[in-house]
Ligand binder design. Sequence first.
Ligand SMILES: [Zn+2]
Length: 107
Amino acid sequence: MPETYSPKYRDYPLSNLIDTLRMVRVTCRYCKRQHNYQPSDLIQIFGDVDVDSLAKRMTCEDGGRAHGRLDVVAFVPTGREAVGLRIRRLVAIKVNRVPVWREDPAP
Ligand SMILES: [Zn+2]
């Protein structure tokens, strides 16, 4: 059986992009919000996952899940595009501390 060619980044881990100097562009179709990320930053959050899977893992920073699935593409910043390209860098990962309670009878 011939191998079917798929233009999608099927099983294309983020680490693959680092080697080829590619970046990840994430766009919200709803509000047109767009950010460019370094794959190394995304790996710190999501692990070395498939590039395509980010569309489900990430949510719009403005509208969250309500804005639906995001557009995720890997790209190489070309000469003209690279000038003034804004890159959203990871500053820190805040860990949410959520208290968990239980009711105990009085001693
Ligand atoms: Zn949005």
